[in-house]
Every structure is written in structure tokens, then in C-alpha cells.
Design a protein around this ligand. Structure first.
Ligand code: UDX
Length: 451
């Protein structure tokens, strides 16, 4: 099929590369000309495992442009809107880029039936809104009715950064939502190889053992939109739940990880997303839970469970600083090393990263913060040049004369450090990731989460 992807962020680019790999003719468009230049040279604008390898495999099927004329909208079978929807101060999503994309589509639609897919995480009800913009704008610019020319389908994205291409090729499920059967059929066909799992798996991303097919859920537009928010909010509250339990286990002398294991063995609960730690970050959980609460308020509804998940999550960040203060008594003038700055391993993304709040709080209380990360420091220097953190290229620099260490992100690299060569100090293991017994034997005062 001929596919256009509007927006080359994580969602757009991964979707584009995946669909090109599966043999579709994919064009990706982005208003950021610099990004397009990089992509045209085969360079990924952000770090994501296997993206450049997959790029190389799909290069004959994928092209990039920053120009709507060159994008040939009128010839496309499917157009994905995968632009950013940043949070506004009240937690609601800024839909300006979605509106611009919808208007650009409307201007260039031909007489051929086109499926417009909402892939961006948009507020509940936005599918109808996108449809209305395209219709109105088409009729204004073409001077005729748009009836039957296009269908809007919601196709929420569930990919995890750091495993984005794996999740695109081997998802747990594909959800498509529309009132238009023809539109749904086009997407059934487009995702056919993923649903049937009959494509040749790339060597760099082998098919998970036993995966024979992927379930498809076809539903109405609004339900598909709610599924995205409800899924992310559920995962977020699962993490906050174990973190709340961890606060209790720390008081009563139990081990939160054992508790997580014990409850996770119940099939109804499941073991995943139950790792106690300093909580979630990233582009989705914080933004989507805030948007869900904001949407509910528009309908005079409170969402106390989702709100509580947020409160517990952001409380974890100050807990780290309080725990350090309790140990060191005085934070003023203390050198604290932060290990890991990205919101999770295998990404250089700093959106809503716990490291940022932890660093800010420590600096507010007078500490000297030195941070290391295997790949996110360039982003940190570019995006947060003035926050008062010393970014250290070498981990030894960050640890030099440190009076306390906080493991913020569980990069495997930190397990490989020769800890016996590091002077033992107070160490907050924010992910319960390091070998606490071995570290204690070396003289470290280890503070884990909930143990
Ligand atoms: C998430 C969803 O998983 C994905 O389906 C959605 O489309 C986008 O948001 P992502 O943000 O990439 O993906 O990362 P994910 O692996 O889900 O982790 C989110 C955060 O939760 C990270 O900060 C991670 O460290 C934290 N986390 C995860 C925990 O603190 N404990 C856990 O048990 C799992």
C-alpha cells in the first residue's frame, strides 16, 4: 500500500520503518527540515535499538520529505497522523499539530478513498474532531462535498521506547476503531502480515518463540481512543500500587520485591510492571494520566484512582531526596552522583525523567549534583544546560569524591562497574537493581525501594 506518515517522532518513525519493512511504499513527512536531512542520510534522530539496522533493510521502500507537495497525499491509501501532542499547563493535550496535519490532508485529498489514521495519542473525541476538520477544510478548499472520500480510524500505539520496533512487529494486540467498515478493512489488510505473523523476521529482531498470530480488536472510534488511555493509566497505576506497597514494606520490614513476586504469580495480576522503584517517567504515563483526569473533569467526573497513581509516582522522587537527607543529615555542600539520567534504559529520552526532579530537589537543598548516563548526556546538555547539574562523560568523574550515589536508571552498565574500587558511601538504589548484599559487604549503606 502507499502510506504517508505525518510526524517522525518515536511513533511515526517506528511505524514508518515497520510498514516499509513489510513491503509498503512509505513516505514520512515532518516540518522539521533538519530532522528530515538526517533521515534522508539514513541517520536516526534519536537513539532506539535496531532503528538504523531496520532503516537500512527498508531503505528502498521509505522516503522522507518536509514538503507537502512532494508527499503526494492524493495518491496515498493510508495517512497516519503521528505528530506530537504536548501537554498544556492544565494537563490537556495541545492539538495544534494535529489540526495542521488534518488541514494539510484536506487540501491535498484527491477523489481516491483515503484512510486517515489517528496514531498520535489524542484526547477522547479527537477522531470526530479530525474528521470534521478534514471535511470542512476539504469543502472550503475544493468547493465540493467530501462525502465518502475518507475515513478516520483510531489506531492507538502501545510501543515501548527501547523496544519500539520489537513492539511494532510483534505487538500484544492491534486495536483499530472506526464507524467506517471500509476504513477498518483497509487497515486489516495493511496490518495483515503483523496479524498473521507471516513476514520474514529481520535477523536483528527475531520473532518471539511461539508467536503465531496477533489478535486484532476492531471497535468504534471512541472506544479505541479510550483503550489507549485506559491501558497506559492501568500500567501507571500498577507501578504506583507496588510503590505504595513498597512504602509499607519498608516500614514493616518486608521486601517489596518478594511481595511483587508473590502477587505477580497470580495469573489475574501478572508479574510485569510491578518493579518497585522511583516510579515512571517518559512521554506517555505522565501525560496520558494527566489528560485522562482533565478529560474526565470536562464531564464533571473525578478519577481518584488515576490521580492517586500520579501523586504516588511523583512522591517517589522527593522520597529519594528525603531518604538521602535522613542518612546524610545535611545536604548542603554534599556531592551526590546520579547514575542514569534518561527516564529508562535503552533510550536517550529525558521527557518527565525522574532524574530531573531528583536533581532539582537536591540542588534546591544545596547539594552538588554530578550526573552520568551512557547515552542521554548530549540531550541533557542541550535541553537542560542551566539546571546546575555537572554532566560527566565518564562515570568515574561523576563518582569522584561523591558522598552519596543515587542509581536513577537501571542501565546494565552500572552493574558492570568495579564497585570494590568505589569508596563506599550512602547509595540509594532507586531501581533495586544492584547487588545490595555485595555492596553492603563492601561497606556501602544501601537504601533500596521497599526493602
Ligand atoms: C509506555 C507504555 O508501556 C507503552 O505501551 C505506551 O505506548 C507508551 O508508554 P514507555 O514510556 O516507552 O512506554 O516505557 P515503559 O517501559 O512502559 O516504562 C515507563 C516507565 O515506567 C519507565 O520510567 C519505567 O522505568 C517505569 N517502570 C516500568 C517502573 O517504574 N516499574 C515497572 O515495573 C515498569
Amino acid at each position: 500500500m502507499r502510506v504517508l506518515i505525518i510526524g517522525t517522532g518515536y511513533v511515526g518513525l517506528n511505524t514508518g520503518v515497520m510498514l516499509a519493512y513489510l513491503g509498503n511504499e512509505v513516505t514520512c513527512i515532518d516540518v522539521n527540515a533538519e530532522k528530515i536531512k538526517l533521515l534522508q542520510a539514513g541517520i536516526a534522530p534519536f537513539y532506539e535499538p535496531h532503528l538504523e539496522e531496520m532503516f537500512a533493510l527498508a531503505k528502498d521502500k521509505i522516503s522522507f520529505t518536509d514538503n507537502y507537495e512532494a508527499a503526494q497525499i492524493g495518491e496515498k491509501d493510508v495517512i497516519f497522523i503521528a505528530v506530537g501532542t504536548p501537554s498544556l499547563p492544565d494537563g490537556s493535550a495541545n492539538l495544534e499539530y494535529v489540526r495542521q496535519a488534518a488541514e494539510s490532508i484536506a487540501e491535498k485529498l484527491s477523489d481516491k478513498f483515503t484512510v486517515v489514521v489517528n496514531k498520535s495519542t489524542v484526547p477522547i473525541g479527537s477522531g470526530n474532531w479530525v474528521g470534521a476538520i478534514i471535511k470542512t477544510h476539504y469543502e472550503k478548499t475544493h468547493g465540493k462535498k467530501a462525502n465518502g472520500l475518507f475515513a478516520v480510524v483510531s489506531n492507538p500505539e502501545f510501543l515501548k521506547q527501547g523496544a519500539a520496533l520489537h513492539d511494532s512487529l510483534y505487538p500484544d494486540r492491534v486495536v483499530i476503531g472506526s464507524e467506517n467498515e471500509h476504513g477498518l478493512d483497509v487497515l486489516r489488510e495493511l496490518f495483515g502480515p503483523v496479524l498473521r505473523q507471516d513476514f520474514e523476521a529481520p535477523a536483528c529482531l527475531p520473532r518471539p518463540e511461539g508467536l503465531k498470530e496477533v489478535p486484532l480488536l476492531a471497535c468504534d472510534l471512541t472506544s479505541a481512543e479510550v483503550i489507549k488511555y485506559a491501558a497506559n493509566a492501568f500500567l501507571a497505576l500498577k507501578i504506583s500500587y507496588i510503590n505504595e506497597i513498597a512504602r509499607l514494606t519498608a516500614k514493616v520490614g518486608a521486601d517489596a520485591q518478594m511481595v511483587a513476586k508473590g502477587i505477580g504469580l497470580d495469573n489475574r495480576i501478572g508479574p510485569r510492571f510491578l518493579n518497585p522503584g522511583i516510579g515512571w517517567g517518559g512521554s506517555c504515563f505522565g501525560k496520558d494520566t494527566a489528560a485522562l483526569v482533565a478529560t474526565a473533569r470536562e464531564y464533571q467526573l473525578e478519577m481518584p484512582i488515576v490521580q492517586a497513581a500520579r501523586d504516588v509516582n511523583y512522591g517517589q522522587r522527593s522520597w529519594v531526596v528525603d531518604a538521602l537527607q535522613e542518612q546524610l543529615k545535611i545536604l548542603k555542600g554534599r556531592r551526590v552522583a546520579l547514575l542514569g539520567f534518561s527516564f529508562k534504559p535503552e533510550t536517550d529520552d529525558l521527557r518527565d525523567a525522574p532524574s530531573l526532579d531528583i536533581a532539582r530537589l537536591l540542588i534546591q537543598r544545596g547539594a552538588i549534583v554530578r550526573a552520568h548516563d551512557p547515552i542521554a548526556l548530549d540531550n541533557a546538555r542541550r535541553q537542560y544546560p542551566d539546571m546546575g547539574v555537572t554532566y560527566c562523560q565518564e562515570v568515574e568523574d561523576a563518582l569522584d569524591e561523591a558522598e552519596a550515589i543515587v542509581l536513577v536508571t537501571e542501565w546494565p552498565y552500572y552493574r558492570t562497574l568495579n564497585w570494590s574500587k568505589i569508596p563506599p558511601v550512602v547509595l540509594v538504589d532507586g531501581r533495586n537493581y544492584l547487588d545490595d548484599k555485595a555492596l553492603r559487604a563492601l561497606g556501602f549503606t544501601v537504601i533500596g525501594v521497599g526493602r
